[in-house]
Design a protein around this ligand. Sequence first.
Ligand SMILES: [Zn+2]
Length: 201
Amino acid sequence: MSDVTVTNPLQRLIDELKKLPGVGPRSAERIAFHLLKTDAVDALALAEAVRDIKEKIRPCARCHNLAEGELCHICADHRRDQGQIVVVEQPKDLASLEATGLITGVYHVLMGHIAPLEGIEPGDLTIDTLVKRVKAGDVREVILATNPTLEGDATALHITSLLSDTGVKITRPARGLAPGGQIEYANRSMLEEALRARQEV
Ligand SMILES: [Zn+2]
């Protein structure tokens, strides 16, 4: 890339847009030209929204969900059952489960799954803090709602072995989801069924 290209603001925007998931070179160009001719107010609102999520949203100090303060809105809600922890891979999985309205407990977001081939080891996830939470408090049940994929299953198995000496009930949602399916794409009734029929592991 020449210096001229790098310093060209339009090219810079196109290059940044191309890094977004699902945005190819043509879409990146189309979006960039759209923003170029858009009202300054609207275009800058997008820029500010991007800045805001980086400056104002941070991981919840307890569960690693997205939070605007020290704790996320779920951990900060005293009506939630602290004795039930639902373990998920990503904040978007949490959102899908939360939408069922069936979870009265709290969550723990792992921020991924164990995948040695991709270089993701247990230490890269938030498993340590999960184990500390379970050992520290009055936890009755840990629901391992990782995705029903090879990596999700392996992650659940690893956590089960770490928590086996705690005496806490460990469950896994039933296989209502298609094998290899993802929680974020499951519909509400599938999730409800999988949660209701969860089994002890
Ligand atoms: Zn939280």
